[in-house]
Design a protein around this ligand. Sequence first.
Ligand SMILES: [Ca+2]
Length: 141
Amino acid sequence: MKSSATRILGFAVLGILIISQISSSATNAHRLHAISQLKLDPKNNPMTCTYCHTNKYGGDTWNGFGTLISSFYYGTAKYDFPTALYQALSARKDSDQDGYMDILEIVAKTAPGDKKSRPSKTAVALSNELTRLGGIAAFRK
Ligand SMILES: [Ca+2]
């Protein structure tokens, strides 16, 4: 017969497993949504966790772009994820400080939170491309 301490430990482990699975699913749901909203090709694995996080497995530490999104998602307004993502793009920041605004990196299909991922086109060329796409509004949810 199991002691109550063993049973409590078993429930605690089960609870942690369930919570981590729910958390992991939520994160993947955000990633899949962002791929669609940002018009990335889902076949080419366009968005690893480091698109927004500092850790390749995701988690609570974000890079500059993830920090910007989370400021809208967890901030005072508590926007839903698609709106938080859109607000982050509308802020016209250069999250990784590589000389390109995040929205222009979205157009270039580079990572706005990773300084090593930098567009090959000029900012002017990407701005013109953004205008042809319909501006930032083209990336609204
Ligand atoms: Ca970048």
